[in-house]
Design a protein around this ligand. Structure first.
Ligand SMILES: Nc1ncnc2c1ncn2[C@@H]1O[C@H](COP(=O)(O)OP(=O)(O)OP(=O)(O)O)[C@@H](O)[C@H]1O
Ligand SMILES: [Mg+2]
Length: 176
């Protein structure tokens, strides 16, 4: 199950993240993929706001994993950009989605194509090549649980569905 969303500007990317943060249930795994500057961290920053996390979210450059425990659910944010698959495996990313030793929460992984293995269930968020005026995001739900999660989210996402945007919409022309 896959769907295309239109994110007219960075505010839209952040708003999508906020809605996800407000709606997603415990155990959700978001695998984010897309080139440099495509909007992955912006979406996770919104996710943090939607979960009620007061701390500003940055890419976990030196720590590899950032854990935010003060929101509605724990958020585990990983950025695999600088890692090869051996280093990623050493990080044991499954500890966050299996949640045997950490409290179950929401997992968001940037550069998810670096994962040598994936969870059985996840949302794959694929950003298209950045263009000045906005971003296209393809969302694919993999596994029964995440297909259900996605079906419940869709009614909240009408703002981002291309057919809802008027042609040559002014909101789509903002460059940032
Ligand atoms: N829908 C959008 N339209 C236009 N610009 C956007 C959109 N979403 C995010 N941006 C902007 O794109 C830039 C890069 O965003 P961001 O840092 O989130 O990308 P990233 O995918 O995390 O990049 P990296 O792989 O380098 O970590 C930021 O300036 C952000 O404001
Ligand atoms: Mg980033």
């Amino acid at each position: 199950m896959s769907q295309q969303l239109t994110l007219a500007n960075s505010t839209a990317t952040r708003s999508l993240g906020i809605i996800l943060g407000q709606q997603l249930p415990v155990g959700t795994v978001l695998l984010l993929q897309g080139n440099l500057g495509s909007g992955k961290t912006t979406l996770v920053q919104g996710l943090g706001v939607g979960l009620g996390i007061a701390d500003a979210i940055d890419s976990p450059t030196f720590t590899l994993v950032n854990e935010y425990l003060q929101g509605r659910l724990p958020l585990y944010h990983l950025d695999l950009y600088r890692l090869d698959s051996v280093e990623v495996a050493a990080l044991h990313p499954e500890q966050f989605w299996e949640a045997t030793e950490v409290e179950a929460g929401v997992v968001a992984i940037e550069w998810a194509d670096r994962l040598p293995y994936r969870p059985p269930d996840y949302l794959w968020l694929q950003f298209a090549e950045p263009i000045q005026t906005g971003r296209q995001l393809a969302v694919t739900a993999v596994g029964n649980d995440h297909q259900t999660i996605w079906q419940r989210l869709v009614p909240h996402l009408s703002l981002f569905q291309p057919e809802q945007l008027p042609a040559n919409s002014a909101s789509g022309s903002k460059i940032d």
